[in-house]
Design a protein around this ligand. Structure first.
Ligand SMILES: Cc1cc2nc3c(=O)[nH]c(=O)nc-3n(C[C@H](O)[C@H](O)[C@H](O)COP(=O)(O)O)c2cc1C
Length: 201
């Protein structure tokens, strides 16, 4: 385990009015906060403008191209992270457009870093969204974590106060994912320190 706590960015992917996302974010931030490996930064995409219009030059070609001023804080926090957990619902068998915009506006920020997932939705528990995200993050040279947390029919699992009726299973799944994330984050943080990934990827 690295001497410095690893910086874990928890990305809240849903931005719609009336969203359930804050309940899942609160629960997951508690799980991650209790894990000794990490300090936590919850990045709520609803706090940032995420234009559908993408930069004229792909971030893979020009990583430091101008971005909208209001995006600077998002970019800085993504850059500072050693690991990410993406919280995603599922919309029509995929993940929210807000997440796609945040992903596509960045490139080196994701490179050679591990990413875990927490999904929640109607029937599927967002596993289809998670599978798609895994495919996309591979293109960005990120390492996605095999084990994830999924809440199918989340509305049956949380009570009106946002407390899980049966917390042991999800807490166990979160611990497994966070342990794997910590291992990869330690290894990749060390590797990036030894040789910047930009020299290879
Ligand atoms: C446009 C739309 C499409 C949806 N499609 C799916 C779907 O394909 N699979 C599923 O399990 N749930 C689906 N749902 C249910 C959402 O996952 C559920 O409403 C969840 O609360 C969305 O997360 P949010 O409240 O944080 O935005 C859909 C919801 C919306 C609004």
């Amino acid at each position: 385990m690295s001497a410095q706590p690893l910086r874990l960015a928890v990305i809240v992917g849903s931005v719609r009015e009336g969203r359930f996302a804050p309940v899942v974010a609160r629960w997951f931030a508690e799980q991650a906060g209790a894990h000794s490996a990490f300090t936590i930064d919850v990045i709520d995409l609803a706090d940032f403008p995420l234009p559908l219009e993408l930069p004229p030059v792909p971030p893979a070609v020009e990583p430091d191209m101008p971005r909208p001023d209001e995006m600077a804080d998002l970019t800085r926090r993504l850059r500072e992270a050693d690991a990410y957990v993406v919280l995603t619902p599922e919309y029509n068998r995929s993940f929210p457009a807000s997440l796609k915009s945040a992903i596509d506006w960045h490139f080196t920020e994701w490179q050679a870093k591990p990413i875990g997932f927490v999904g929640y939705s109607g029937a599927t528990g967002a596993v289809l969204a998670i599978e798609q995200l895994k495919q996309i993050f591979g293109e960005l040279h990120a390492h996605t974590i095999r084990n994830y947390v999924s809440f199918p029919r989340y509305y049956l699992l949380f009570d009106e106060d946002g407390t899980l009726n049966e917390p042991e299973g999800p807490a166990g799944a979160a611990k497994v994912m966070l342990d794997e994330l910590a291992w990869w984050a330690t290894a990749l943080t060390e590797a990036r320190r030894e040789r910047p990934y930009a020299e290879v990827g």
